[in-house]
Design a protein around this ligand. Structure first.
Ligand code: SF4
Length: 226
């Protein structure tokens, strides 16, 4: 549909009378789902750009940055686990860790659980860089801070539901969220202010408390109800 603006220009409009949205790629002129997917893609682009800028400022690659955030001062996960979690090959992770060893950011040890494997931990230098990089997403958190807790809780659940669905379809490998956890129960007291229950800790909770990367997460069986 064509429409004349107050300045006399002609614009193509969608059903609601607003201009067409490029995120719909012309396939469905007013598809809310498509625009939400487009907004998430924009957000992902913003986050990747911020992370990359911060990484290069500190002299590391974005992957080395992500590895720094995954490792600790004590012996950490194996290369194979890191590769699965970051959705890259083991060779890519090994290369990045080799570079980080040369920069003296990580050290390599024999895996105490399996002597054929190696595990990596942060050096003091790596730990101090990790602390500097840990707040890379603060500008995003600052933008969210003024919003109502209820709004943020709903947004968190919606995004985690999308992540959970994509993990079930095999699009991503690892998501340690409540919605993909075998300890998550939303059937015991669903009509209350705290409709969920963490079966591991026996704690009721609600949307704003949903975990995005829980240390105690254990994967649920795919297809099990959340
Ligand atoms: S263990 Fe963690 S991820 Fe699992 S339900 Fe409890 S809080 Fe959520």
């Amino acid at each position: 549909m064509m429409w004349d603006t107050a300045d006399g220009d002609e614009v193509t409009t969608a059903d609601g009378g607003l201009p067409n949205d490029a995120t719909t790629h012309g396939l469905a002129a007013d598809d809310l789902d498509q625009r939400l997917a487009g907004a998430l893609e924009r957000m992902g682009h913003v986050a990747r750009t911020m992370l990359s800028r911060q990484a290069y400022l500190e002299g590391v690659s974005p992957l080395q940055f992500q590895l720094l955030l995954k490792l600790e001062s004590t012996a950490g996960p194996r290369v194979s686990d890191l590769a699965i979690e970051l959705d890259v090959s083991q060779a890519t992770v090994s290369d990045a860790l080799g570079t980080m060893r040369r920069k003296e950011l990580v050290s390599k040890q024999q895996d105490p659980a399996d002597r054929r494997n190696s595990v990596f931990s942060l050096t003091q230098q790596g730990e101090s860089l990790r602390r500097r990089l840990a707040r890379w997403d603060q500008p995003i958190a600052d933008r969210l801070a003024p919003l109502e807790v209820g709004e943020k809780g709903t947004a968190l659940r919606v995004v985690l539901e999308v992540v959970s669905g994509l993990q079930d379809e095999g699009v991503i490998n690892v998501a340690r969220t409540c919605l993909t956890c075998r300890f998550f129960d939303d059937t015991t007291h669903p009509e209350t202010a705290t409709p969920y229950h963490c079966l591991l800790l026996d704690v009721p909770f609600a949307d704003p408390q949903l975990r995005v990367d829980c240390a105690e997460h254990e994967p649920r069986t795919v297809g099990a109800a959340t």
